[in-house]
Design a protein around this ligand. Sequence first.
Ligand code: PMV
Length: 312
Amino acid sequence: MQRVITSAPSKVILFGEHAVVYGEPAIAVAINLRTTVMMERAREYSVNGEPLDDRYHRYIKKAIELLWDGEPLRITTASAVPSASGMGSSASITVATVSALLAMMGREEERNVALNSFRVEYETQGRASPIDTSTVTHGKGILVANRKMDNFLWEVERGGTRWYIHHLEVPPLKLVVGFSGIKGHTPEMVEKVRRFYTWNAFARDVIREIGRITLEAIEPLENEDYERIGELMNRNNKLLTILGVSHPKLKEMIDASLRYSYGAKITGAGGGGCMIALTDEQDEVAKAIEEVGGKAYKVSIAQRGYEIMSRE
Ligand code: PMV
């Protein structure tokens, strides 16, 4: 194959971030902000006209290192996902790249894309759980659990923790993502929670309670009970705040959007990054978020995960 074009969505975590690192369940959905990758055989490696560089193209470089031993590639990328925001920009570029490399070799089955994308993220940034790469690969909704349940897709094991990835039926949620403008540092936030978790029994209770909330959310998600989903999001947010991953800017955006929302919470690692609100009034919520200085994205669920858009 000479040329492949792929695309991958981004994601938001609806329930269970941080707790998922300790094997608790979590729910995420793919959202319709996408990354596109074009890959062509060439004389030397390049990304968007620049030489392939570890500092700027970490995920692409790692994917090539782990998966490719063919001739050099000219790679062109375009992404609608703001970086370091908690919307899974790194998972999105990783899955688009990995699926393109695998498509070049005719090995782009969904499970293969998901497992290799997790490996790339894990080896690049010490990724704590496979939730982002699995969601971006599959699209729609994902439930990560510590045992096999209905609609099982694949499992991932790392450092003694095993995650079972499932398809989750989710209604057409109307979400608004509010970006604080402050870049989140996932590994730092994961480490901060890990210290708390290791030394403090109360923190371990909080993590387990987040797991219970996540399981409670499955039924209202399947039954389109938005009131209940919103209540559970608010409860999950309180617990994330207790874990110390909020930020005054996130709190401000959450408070502003609650007037028009069923519920709102931090999404992703926190400490900056993004919040999400579930609403029927996306315009009002977006306005409220921007009034307090955030950047709002009205998003909907991406039904499609990675896609091979063309191959020649
Ligand atoms: O902010 P993000 O998209 O990197 O999400 C982080 C989610 C955590 O649970 C905090 C870490 C993980 O790898 O699951």
